[in-house]
Design a protein around this ligand. Structure first.
Ligand code: AMP
Length: 369
C-alpha cells in the first residue's frame, strides 16, 4: 500500500490507546504528542506514569473486557507497553483489527517455552532447554542437560517472569534443592543451560504495515541482579556480527508478520555465535538511548508503525550510554542535572523501592568520522 496516501497524521484527531501506564507508555505518549496524536491509557493505578502525560486514563484492570471495549471504541489503534497483558482481553481488541502488534507475538512472548520454539522455527539458536512441570521433571531435565555438557542451569518460570524475577540458578553439579519447584510457585518452568557469553546485546527493530523493516544499532547491555543497568552504543562488536544480529531481528519481525517495535536480546558467545535470549513485542529498555541519539526514537517509531505512518530513520548521530536509575536515585538525578550533559527522564513514580526503575538518563559522545 502507499503509506503517503493513507497517512493518519493528516487526519485529525488520531487517537492511540495504550494498555499499560508505566514508563514505556509514558515515553510512547510523549512521542505520540509530538506527532499530534492523542493518547488514552488503560491502567488500574490512578495517575500512572503514562497517564501523567496522556490525554486521558481509563482506570481499569487489564482484563476488564468492558474497559478494553471502551478503549477500542475511543481509539483508532490500540497498542500495549508490556507483554504480560492477559491475552484473552487483547484477543477481544484484536477481533476488530485495532490491536498492533497483533496478538500472536504477544502470546508467544508470554510463554518462554513457546518463545524458544518459535525462535528455533525461524532457524535461530537458543540456549539448550527443557520444560519442567514438577520437582521430578526438574531433576530429570537438569540431568539431561548436564549430559549435553551445559555448565550450570537457569530455571525460569515459563510465564510472568521479568527482570530476573522468577528465576533460580544452579552451578554445574550443584544438587537440586528439594523445594525448588514449590519455591518458584509450583508453576510450569523452563530449565535453560547457562550460556557462557562474551556479552549481551539487543537489537531494536521496527516493521511497518507495508512490511518495511528498520533497525537500530545493537546496544551492549549490562545487568545487575538480572535488571538492566546500562546500555551502550556502539556495542563494540565486529560489523559481521552486528549484521547477523540485524538479520536475525528482521527474520523474527517477518516471521511474526509484525507491526511495531520489537526488542530482541542476544547472548554473544565467545566464538561470536548469537543465541537469542528472548524478545519483547514492544519498545524496550535497552532502546531508550535512541531518544537522545537518533532522529526517530524507538518510541516515535512504534507510534509511526502502529498508526500506519512511514517509518523514520533509525540512523544514529552519536555514540550513547544509557543508565537506568534504579531505586532511590534523587542524588544521582541531581548530579546528572548538574553535570548538564545527560538527557534525564524521571518517570513520576510515587514510591522508590530497591531495584525499581524510577528513571533513566542518556549521555551522548561524539561519533568518530
Ligand atoms: P531474562 O529475564 O531471561 O532476560 O534474564 C535476565 C538476565 O539473566 C539476562 O539478561 C542474563 O544476564 C541472565 N540470564 C538469563 N538466562 C541466562 C542463561 N541461559 N545463561 C546465562 N545468563 C542468563
Amino acid at each position: 500500500m502507499n503509506i503517503s496516501q493513507d497517512h493518519p497524521v493528516t487526519r485529525h484527531p488520531v487517537t492511540l490507546g495504550i494498555v499499560g501506564g508505566g514508563q514505556l507508555g509514558r515515553m510512547l505518549a510523549m512521542a505520540a504528542a509530538r506527532l499530534g496524536v492523542k493518547v488514552v491509557i488503560l491502567d488500574p493505578a490512578p495517575d500512572a506514569p503514562a497517564a501523567q502525560v496522556a490525554n486521558e486514563q481509563l482506570v481499569a484492570a487489564y482484563d476488564d473486557l468492558s474497559a478494553l471495549a471502551s478503549l477500542a471504541q475511543r481509539c483508532d489503534v490500540v497498542t500495549y507497553e508490556f507483554e504480560n497483558v492477559p491475552a484473552e482481553g487483547l484477543e477481544a481488541l484484536a477481533a476488530d483489527g485495532k490491536l498492533r502488534p497483533g496478538p500472536e507475538a504477544l502470546s508467544i512472548s508470554q510463554d518462554r517455552l513457546d518463545e524458544k520454539r518459535f525462535i528455533m522455527s525461524t532457524g535461530l539458536a537458543v540456549a539448550p532447554f527443557r520444560p519442567a512441570a514438577s520437582q521430578a521433571q526438574l531433576v530429570t531435565g537438569i540431568e539431561e542437560l548436564s549430559g549435553e555438557g551445559v555448565s550450570g542451569v537457569v530455571i525460569k518460570t515459563r510465564r510472568l517472569g521479568y527482570d530476573g524475577k522468577g528465576q533460580r540458578r544452579l552451578t554445574e553439579g550443584e544438587p537440586v534443592p528439594s523445594d525448588t519447584f514449590t519455591e518458584l510457585g509450583s508453576v510450569p518452568l523452563i530449565i535453560e543451560g547457562f550460556v557462557d557469553f562474551e556479552c549481551e546485546i539487543s537489537v531494536i527493530g521496527a516493521r511497518g504495515i507495508d512490511g518495511e523493516v528498520r533497525l537500530y544499532d545493537p546496544a551492549r547491555n549490562s545487568h545487575v541482579d538480572g535488571i538492566l543497568a546500562r546500555s551502550e552504543v556502539p556495542c563494540g562488536l565486529d560489523p559481521e556480527t552486528i549484521q547477523r544480529a540485524g538479520e536475525a531481528t528482521a527474520r523474527m519481525l517477518d516471521a511474526l508478520n509484525y507491526v511495531g517495535v520489537l526488542g530482541v536480546e542476544f547472548f554473544v558467545g565467545r566464538d561470536g555465535s548469537l543465541i537469542v535470549n528472548e524478545f519483547a513485542p514492544r519498545v524496550h529498555n535497552s532502546g531508550h538511548w535512541t531518544e537522545a541519539a537518533c532522529v526517530c526514537s524507538q518510541f516515535e517509531q512504534h507510534v509511526r508503525a502502529v498508526l500506519g505512518m512511514a517509518l523514520g530513520a533509525g540512523t544514529r548521530h552519536s555514540d550513547a550510554v544509557m543508565e537506568n536509575l534504579l531505586g532511590a536515585t534523587d542524588e544521582r538525578v541531581r548530579s546528572m542535572l548538574i553535570e548538564g550533559d545527560w538527557m534525564v527522564h524521571v518517570y513520576g513514580k510515587a514510591e522508590a523501592r530497591p531495584g525499581r526503575k524510577m528513571g533513566h538518563a542518556t549521555r551522548l559522545s561524539r561519533t568518530e568520522g
